[in-house]
Write a protein that binds this ligand. Structure first.
Ligand SMILES: [Ca+2]
Ligand SMILES: [Ca+2]
Length: 362
């Protein structure tokens, strides 16, 4: 029996009971948007339609992956995710011993193109290959996970576990109803996953000593939201649309949420903590999101004015780079290079003609 436990259901009930209250309705409708700088995304709670395998393989098993999409409109640091699935009935949450998360761009990024032709289409599918820098795995400490039993007996009308076949045998109708223990897993990424604005797929995978983890569906996607895709080692690098190609039930999402903070200059420091905007790509920054060049600009001290002389500039670079060195942000060798580059620059020198100002720094 599915018990109401969403935030939506009580709100709907409230709205019905108090539908004559225009004031309340107006308050609900005008709820302020999320605070600037925060990112959150959710497909919602499981709808009981289907569960689909997403499994870290045990010895002798093949890997099977389910993926559903999300969109980032700004560079974002994703700090946390939740997703909900089924374990076999009676399985304790302590049976989950490994969780791995991957992120994929949308085909044809990171993919062989044209594709193999082993599936009806790859349009709007996850890529062949994941975004390397976004992989997080509890087995190496790059994520931690917290599974919570939501419902000891949750039923779905269909499932896809083994029937993941190349064309023309992809349409199986699914493998039928399953009842199991509904578990929501909260994962925290360490470090957060930094991604540029783009369209992505989220692919969580679970290992349980009690058996397969089936990721639960959650509602129908509305464009540009894409449906859930699945593959196993026999189908890879291709993917199949679960609802369209395998079960014929039509598109569905998988139940998950993401949260994090925007990071406009993509330096790894969220906007809320970043004291230096527009840090150049690949610059080493401190905890305040500032590079050495930003803390010691060629043009003059950040406190204002101009350098008294070249020596004052070089000394400031030496000082700040020493702090970066002490904080483990750069090596001694890198610091030596930074200081010698500063010494060779014209920064702080009196302008003498068209080449004597701001050389090499912008
Ligand atoms: Ca989707
Ligand atoms: Ca910055």
């Amino acid at each position: 029996m599915k018990t109401p436990r969403t935030h939506r259901a009580p709100l709907t009930l409230l709205a019905v009971i108090l539908s004559f209250s225009l004031i309340l309705t107006a308050l609900l409708a005008s709820a302020p948007p999320a605070a600037a700088g925060t990112f959150s995304f959710s497909t919602g709670d499981p709808d009981g339609l289907i569960g689909t395998l997403s499994r870290v393989p045990a010895a002798g098993q093949i890997q099977t992956e389910t993926a559903d999409d999300f969109i980032l409109t700004e560079p974002t640091l994703i700090t946390q995710a939740t997703f909900t699935g089924l374990l076999p009935s009676g399985a304790p949450v302590s049976s989950i011993t490994n969780v791995e998360v991957e992120v994929y761009r949308v085909f044809p990024n990171d993919s062989a193109n044209p594709p193999s032709g082993n599936v009806p289409t790859r349009d709007n599918s996850p890529a062949d290959k994941e975004v390397d820098s976004a992989t997080r795995d509890s087995s190496n400490g790059s994520l931690t996970f917290d599974p919570v039993l939501v419902n000891s007996s949750f039923a779905v009308g269909n499932s896809v576990v083994n029937g993941i076949n190349k064309s023309p045998n992809q349409l199986t109708g699914g493998e039928g109803p399953v009842t199991g223990a509904e578990v929501t897993i909260t994962v925290t990424f360490n470090p957060p996953i930094l991604l540029p604005a783009d369209h992505y797929f989220f692919r969580p995978e679970v290992f349980s000593t009690s058996g397969d983890f089936l990721w639960l569906s959650a509602g129908t996607p509305v464009a540009p939201d894409l449906q859930s895709w699945i593959r196993n080692d026999n189908l890879a690098p291709d993917w199949l649309r679960i609802g369209t190609d395998i079960t014929g039930q039509g598109p569905f999402n998988a139940s998950f949420s993401l949260s994090g903070e925007t990071d406009a200059d993509a330096d790894g420091v969220p906007d809320s903590l970043d004291q230096c905007a527009d840090t150049p790509a690949d610059a080493v920054v401190n905890a305040n999101g500032c590079s050495i060049d930003q803390l010691v600009p060629c043009e003059g001290p950040i406190s204002g004015g101009t350098w008294k002389n070249h020596g004052q500039y070089v000394s400031a670079v030496a000082h700040v780079s020493k702090t970066f060195r002490r904080q483990g942000l750069i090596s001694g060798r890198e610091r030596g290079h930074i200081v010698s580059t500063a010494a060779r620059s014209d920064c702080g020198k009196k302008a003498k003609g068209p080449h004597g100002h701001g050389h090499g720094h912008h």
